[in-house]
Design a protein around this ligand. Structure first.
Ligand code: NAD
Length: 335
C-alpha cells in the first residue's frame, strides 16, 4: 500500500481522493485544501486527516506520495515542494500557464529522480490506449493521419474562463498531449484557427475563443487535426481516429448504456453521450493511479511525465502564435 496525500479538494480533487481511497494498492493518508469547506467535506467523506497546511503534508513521514489537484497556479510550486521532500507526485495538468515558469520548474525536475506523473488521463483511456497499441503493432500499416475530436458539453461559467488561461492551455492541452501520444513523433508545425462562436460577446470581453481547429505536422509528414468546441449539446464528444496505409482505428464515444429506441418518428434513438470527464474517463482516472503506484513501487517510467506536460504547453503557445499571426508556426520558434 502506498500512502498518498491529495492536495486540492475541489471538483477533480474530490474524485482523486475517492479513487485513492478506493484503490486496492493505495491508502488516502490525508487531504489538504485552502478552502476549509472543501477539505472538510472530503476528509469527512473518507474519515482521513485534514492537514492544516501544505507544509504539514510534505513534512509528514506517513505520506509517501502526493497527488496535486489544486488550482493550476499552484502546481509548479507543489511539484518543487514534492521534489524537495522526496515524495513522488502525480500532478494535474497543466503544469503552469506560463512556459517560463514551467522551464524553471524543469531545471529542478532535471536534478531529481523523484517520479513525476502528469494528469494526462486520456492516455489511460482503454479505447484510446488500445488504438495506440494496435497502431504501434502495425494493424493499420503506416500511420498517416490522426483526428482528435474533443468537445465539452457546455461552456463553463465566466469565473472559470477568467482563470483558466485560455482554451489551448486549459482544454486543448489534453489534445496536444494525445496528438503526441498517438503520432509517436513530435509535431514540428502548428496551424490554428479559433473563434468565439458559442458566446461571441463573452469571447470579446475576455479575449477568449470557444471553438477551434488545429493542424499539426511532424517532421516525417504525419498529420493531425484537433477540433474543439466548448459546447456539444449531445454530450461530451471524445473521439480519436487513426488513419493508416492499411486501415483505420477509431476510439469512439461512450453512452451511459446501449439502449436504442425504435418508433414511428425515428430509429436507433439513444442516450446522449456520457456527461463529462468525470464519467467518460472514470476508468482512465483509476488506471492513472495504477500507473502512479507502478512508478513508485517498481520504478516504472510515468506514461505521461513532466516533459510531456512541458511539450504540450509549447504546442499550445505555438497555436496561440499561429492564431495571432494567421500563419503556420514552427514549434522551434517557441522558446
Ligand atoms: N485531467 C482533467 O481532465 C482535469 C479536469 C478538470 C480539472 N483539471 C485540473 O485540475 C485542477 C483543479 O481543477 P478543478 O476543476 O478541480 O478546480 P476547483 O476550483 O474545483 O478546485 C481547485 C481547488 O484547489 C484549491 N486550492 C487553490 N489554491 C490552493 C493551494 N495553494 N493549496 C491547496 N488548495 C488550493 C481550491 O480551494 C479548490 O478547492 C486544475 O489545474 C485543472 O486544470 C484536470
Amino acid at each position: 500500500m502506498v500512502n498518498i496525500a491529495v492536495l486540492g479538494c475541489g471538483r477533480i480533487g474530490a474524485m482523486h481522493a475517492a479513487n485513492v481511497a478506493a484503490h486496492p494498492r493505495t491508502n488516502l493518508e490525508m487531504v489538504f485544501d485552502v478552502n476549509e469547506m472543501a477539505v472538510t467535506n472530503v476528509s469527512n467523506a473518507h474519515q482521513v486527516q485534514a492537514a492544516r497546511s501544505a507544509q504539514e503534508v510534505f513534512a509528514s513521514d506517513r505520506v509517501q506520495a502526493v497527488l496535486v489537484a489544486t488550482a493550476t497556479p499552484t502546481h509548479a510550486d507543489y511539484i518543487e515542494m514534492a521534489i524537495a521532500a522526496g515524495k513522488p507526485v502525480l500532478c494535474e495538468k497543466p503544469i503552469d500557464l506560463n512556459l517560463e515558469r514551467v522551464n524553471r520548474c524543469a531545471e529542478v525536475v532535471s536534478k531529481s529522480t523523484v517520479p513525476i506523473q502528469l494528469g494526462f488521463n486520456r492516455r489511460y483511456d482503454p479505447g484510446h490506449a488500445a488504438a495506440r497499441e494496435a497502431c504501434l503493432a502495425g494493424k493499420i500499416g503506416d500511420l498517416h493521419q490522426v483526428i482528435i475530436t474533443a468537445r465539452d458539453p457546455a461552456l463553463p461559467p465566466r469565473a472559470y474562463l477568467e482563470e483558466a488561461g485560455g482554451l489551448f492551455r486549459d482544454m486543448t492541452i489534453h489534445d496536444f498531449d494525445l496528438a503526441r501520444f498517438m503520432l509517436n513523433e513530435e509535431p514540428v508545425e502548428v496551424f490554428a484557427l479559433a473563434n468565439a462562436l458559442i458566446d461571441p460577446v463573452l469571447g470579446r470581453e475576455l479575449g477568449e475563443v470557444d471553438s477551434a481547429m488545429i493542424i499539426l505536422r511532424t517532421a516525417s509528414g504525419k498529420q493531425c487535426h484537433i477540433n474543439n468546441s466548448r459546447t456539444a449539446v449531445y454530450g461530451y464528444d471524445q473521439r480519436v481516429e487513426l488513419m493508416g496505409s492499411s486501415g483505420m482505428l477509431i476510439s469512439d464515444n461512450r453512452k451511459p448504456h446501449e439502449l436504442k429506441h425504435y418508433g414511428a418518428f425515428g430509429v436507433e434513438t439513444a442516450e446522449p453521450y456520457q456527461l463529462f470527464f468525470l464519467e467518460r474517463y472514470e476508468e482512465a482516472f483509476m488506471a492513472s493511479i495504477d500507473g502512479f503506484v507502478n512508478c513508485i513501487e517498481n520504478g516504472a517510467t510515468p506514461l505521461a511525465g513532466f516533459e510531456d506536460g512541458r511539450r504540450a504547453l509549447i504546442l499550445a503557445e505555438a497555436a496561440y502564435l499561429s492564431m495571432a499571426e494567421k500563419r503556420i508556426v514552427q514549434v522551434s520558434e517557441i522558446g
